[in-house]
Design a protein around this ligand. Structure first.
Ligand code: TNX
Length: 516
């Protein structure tokens, strides 16, 4: 029986083995398997490279046209070729929708006479385009025409995600990040097939999204000086937020807004003292302490506030999830915490959203089919186990693996270290399906890499901590467990360095990687 099972397992991984062992680089030196995150299956065909030329056209019709447009936008600047998008054409990169491919998956065939990219939905085509871009030389990232040969290695890729949820989180509360900075982050994460961006929009220091029925939240909580250490300030207007939702959706990234409660609410209470139990405004806080603030759970006014905020956020959020925080509520007695969640979790559903929260919300029987974001470091968590048995799903963000705000090592400028130093291999070498006892693979919705902003002021700070570690999380989220291999990952990552360099992304040159 055991023998039979290993024989079956061997057969299942065989396409991958063939792919990596037999993969010959095409003329450009790039192999079909040199993709981040790793593709599910690749069958290289020697001597079957496709060469992009002045005559290459991109064909697509109907709902495939948007992905064709994004492919053209990738190829035109560096090649200098026209790359017209048309319904039919000669030597073509042909994008088409057809039934039968897995959700978000795609198939890419590269032959000397043309390239075929097929998927069941536009998202699959978009992900296929991200793969295509990495199969071209790093010079494809140039902003102006380069004189060089543009070839794609011949063969077939059949790819699909391991998990439906592959997330990143950016904290706009501790330091505000402008819409331009958020867009730049969306551009980067979407290259690695990340499909959710969670925005942490409120905390003790600041409140970063406009809520019409409580205008003081941003007038006070978004004022200058509300960043950690008295830095910066700012907030997203509703138009900014909607525009980010649209921009992300064009890249198949769904925005998840978070309002953290009942803790992490000092900024809201500075603006509205009636949200405290004694009605006295607390002082504004821009230090990095956590766990000292709490909404007043026994006051009806609290729920009017919460419902207004949830309603207005839900109205401008087309995605399925709304994150209600729920972490580090040391100033909320346990009974009050449960009473609060019994009222608030149903409010999220009332406005048509699935409640998402830090794993502490799993203590509430009202969690139901909510999504719990596990951020602990332990290997078993009884309340998460109980919630999962009752139907909750889990997104894995273990702080000692997935927290992009942890330092790489003791010398890293910026970043925190409470969950330990996280070098690239630590971020990569774990299995989300095996992390928590009592949480079977079927309950794991996916992974998310949070980036808290206590020490992050600008885009350079964001990029230095996110890259390359975000890619490790992206591979855990997208690639099959059977392809998990540190040596392969580190080699592919090393070859990606010149692409980031070309794009002006200031990544951490981890000593664990041989950067080319
Ligand atoms: C813990 S993780 C927090 C945040 C901090 C972060 C810093 C979590 C749910 N809460 O309030 O920003 O650590 O790493």
């Amino acid at each position: 029986m055991r023998l039979l099972r290993s024989a079956i397992a061997l057969l299942l991984v065989l396409p991958l083995v063939t792919a990596s062992a037999g993969a010959q680089p095409g003329r450009s030196g790039i192999r079909l398997t040199d993709v981040l995150p790793a593709v599910a299956e690749a069958v290289p065909v020697r001597g079957a490279d496709f060469h992009l030329t002045e005559d290459t056209v991109i064909t697509a019709s109907g709902a495939a046209t948007a992905a064709a447009g994004s492919l053209a936008a990738v190829l035109r600047p560096a090649t200098g070729f026209d790359m017209p998008v048309a319904e039919t054409g000669g030597r073509a990169i042909a994008l088409a929708l057809e039934p039968g491919h897995p959700d978000e998956g795609y198939r890419l065939d590269i032959r000397p006479d043309g390239v075929d990219l097929r998927a069941s939905e536009p998202a699959g085509l978009f992900f296929g385009v991200q793969t295509l871009r990495q199969l071209l030389p790093p010079a494809i990232e140039a902003k102006n025409p380069q004189r060089q040969r543009w070839s794609l290695p011949g063969g077939r890729i059949t790819d699909r995600p391991r998990y439906a949820f592959r997330g990143a989180m950016l904290d706009l509360a501790r330091h505000f990040h402008t819409p331009a900075e958020v867009r730049a982050y969306i551009d980067q994460i979407s290259r690695f097939k990340i499909n959710y961006l969670h925005l942490h929009l409120s905390d003790d220091q600041g409140w970063r999204v406009q809520i019409d029925s409580w205008p003081g939240l941003t007038e006070v909580g978004g004022a200058p000086g509300t960043g950690v250490g008295g830095d910066g300030g700012g907030f997203l207007t509703k138009d900014d937020y909607r525009e980010l939702v649209r921009y992300a959706a064009e890249r198949y990234v769904t925005i998840i807004p978070e309002i953290d409660m009942p803790g992490h609410v000092n900024a809201a209470q500075v603006a509205y003292p009636e949200l405290t139990c004694d009605g006295v405004a607390p002082r504004p806080r821009t230090d990095m302490r956590v766990g000292y603030s709490s909404l007043c759970v026994r006051e009806e006014n609290t729920y009017r506030f919460v419902e207004d905020v949830i309603r207005e956020l839900a109205e401008m959020t087309p995605g399925p999830y709304l994150h209600v925080g729920g972490d580090e509520t040391f100033a909320t007695p346990h009974g009050s915490y449960l009473a609060f969640q019994r009222r608030v979790l149903p409010l999220v559903r009332k406005y048509g959203k699935i409640p998402y929260g830090w794993h502490e919300i799993g203590q509430s029987p009202a969690a139901g089919d909510a999504v719990l974001q596990f951020w602990g470091r332990e290997r078993a968590n009884p309340s998460v186990t109980t919630a999962v048995a009752a139907g909750a799903k889990v997104v894995m963000s273990p702080a000692n693996r997935a927290y992009l705000d942890m330092k790489y090592d003791s010398l890293t400028p910026g970043g925190l270290d409470w969950a330990g130093a996280i070098e690239v291999r630590t971020a990569y070498d774990w299995n989300p399906d095996r992390l928590l006892a009592g949480v079977p693979a079927t309950a794991v919705l996916g992974v998310e890499a949070p980036l808290w902003s206590e020490t992050l002021r600008d885009r350079a700070d964001i990029e230095f901590l996110a890259f390359p570690r975000l890619v490790a999380l992206a591979e855990l989220g997208w690639s099959p467990q059977a392809s998990h291999d540190w040596e392969s990952f580190r080699a592919r990552l090393g070859s990606y360095g010149p692409r980031w360099a070309r794009q002006g992304v200031g990544f951490h040159r981890s000593p664990q990687i041989r950067w080319s």
